[in-house]
Design a protein around this ligand. Structure first.
Ligand SMILES: [Fe+2]
Length: 447
């Protein structure tokens, strides 16, 4: 989401900070104190760590750096440094308790609003860190990203449901079947990344031309019904479909279905934020690792899209030969475009967002489920770290990660763009991940 004019930029920033905090409060007020301090999974921090970490990052960047003010709690910096403390170790730290953490983030916010009041955030201001409100936008995104992480912790938490939301829109009469199952994206260059989006992070920059050979992209993410077909065909027991690393992991981890699924006679059930329910057939599959996505794609004779293919299918408008901010155009996401922002607590049925289609006719690229791509994390040509190397640069240069694109139902619009790059280990599936398939066009198909 982007501020549209400098005159109301400060108000926009204040509104975004407030909106993010309301979501943080919803996620942390939903459970009692013992739940806040418990570790619900070794993959995740206690919720109370995320809460104070949100405040600590806000203090570091906005109070101390942007504002040049004295520290509030320099003594706790080391506890909330994600690089110093692995998630599994965080419960053993002398963390702030829930009451203290709430007081701390509130105190930081009061100072930040004062800093905002006295900071020039215009487009021409000399200090790049605050130009167009960048540092404030970075902190809004940081809070929203941790809110999505906390939502994933809620999903891992055992016990009665504590979150609720209306069901997402449901198209009537199998709407998805009225669209082609895949669309052709012809060969040619397009503009990947951005140099103009004011709150885009360093790894999304700069905009650059990239030539992409012709390929087919699935119109929709892979659904539960399609994925159940893979299960029923013995896909988890057939190494032909798996990469060597994927098969090793499937065997070692004993994978046999998406995370949170269980078999009930002839049907599959899933646990979703504390509710056990039948797996809905026409919803994008959720909670699968990169390796599972890769195996499914091989089974259907396709593959996962590269990151460049994903972004071209999402953004490139062949009529004007330019890249859009979002699949549907340059307008910020609305409830008619995409399932974002924890408005619903699950992906929407495929076909639910025809207004969110890209120029090529690919649907639901933004929201619903993060989509695995085949690409490792690498810098774009001309990359420079800003404002700090630990956001992206320290993760470059290995084959450890795979890029995820598009955001999920739990991603806020402030942290979701067609250029936004997420990454994680290929074994991860507690995050809100699904995928869609692609394949290279044959010479006969493009002649
Ligand atoms: Fe963080």
């Amino acid at each position: 989401m982007t501020p549209t004019g400098a005159t109301n930029l400060k108000q926009h920033i204040a509104d975004e900070l407030t909106r993010s905090r309301q979501r943080t409060q919803l996620l942390t007020d939903a459970v009692d104190e013992s739940d806040l301090t418990a570790q619900h999974s070794p993959l995740m921090s206690p919720l109370v760590w995320d809460l104070a970490h949100i405040g600590n990052q806000e203090e570091l960047w906005l109070v101390r750096d942007v504002g040049g003010r004295d520290p509030l709690r320099e003594d706790i910096d080391h506890l909330y440094d994600a690089f110093q403390n692995a998630r599994a170790d965080r419960p053993a730290l002398p963390l702030l308790g829930p009451g203290e953490a709430r007081g701390y983030v509130g105190d930081v916010r009061t100072k930040v609003l004062d800093v905002l009041d006295s900071t020039d955030v215009g487009v021409d201001t000399a200090r790049r860190l605050v130009r167009s409100g960048f540092a404030f936008g970075m902190i809004v995104q940081h809070e929203q990203q941790h809110d999505e992480t906390m939502l994933a912790t809620h999903q891992l938490r055992a016990g009665e449901p504590v979150l609720s939301a209306p069901a997402p829109p449901h198209p009537t009469g199998g709407a998805a079947h009225s669209y082609p199952s895949q669309v052709l994206v012809p060969a040619g260059p397009f503009t990947m990344g951005t140099s103009v989006e004011p709150w885009a992070l360093d790894n999304e920059r700069p905009a650059h031309q990239i030539d992409v050979p012709a390929f087919w992209m699935d119109t929709f993410p892979v659904t539960n019904a399609e994925y159940i077909g893979f299960l029923a065909a013995g896909g988890y027991d057939d190494p032909r479909w798996w990469s060597a690393a994927g098969w090793d992991h499937r065997m070692a981890a004993g994978l046999s279905a998406p995370l949170f699924w269980e078999r009930d006679g002839q049907r599959w059930l899933r646990r979703r934020f504390g509710q056990v329910e039948p797996v809905p057939a026409d919803e994008p599959v959720l909670h699968v690792s990169f390796y599972e996505a890769e195996a499914f794609a091989a089974w259907v004779g396709k593959r996962l899209p590269s990151e460049a293919e994903w972004e071209k299918a999402a953004r490139h408008d062949p009529a004007s030969d330019r890249s859009r901010r979002y699949p549907w155009g340059d307008d910020d996401p609305s409830a008619a475009h995409a399932n974002l922002g924890q408005r619903h607590l699950q992906p929407a049925t495929v076909g639910a967002y025809p207004q969110g289609a890209s120029a090529y006719g690919v649907q639901q690229m933004i929201g619903d489920v993060w989509e695995w791509t085949s690409s490792p994390l690498a810098p774009y040509p001309g990359f420079t770290a800003f404002p700090y190397k630990e956001y992206s640069e320290v993760f470059f240069g290995t084959d450890d990660f795979r890029i995820l694109r598009g955001g999920s139902f739990g991603t806020d619009l402030a942290a979701c763009r067609s250029t936004f790059r997420n990454w994680d280990f290929p074994i991860r599936r507690q995050i809100f991940t699904g995928f869609r398939c692609a394949r290279t066009a044959t010479p006969a198909e493009i002649s």
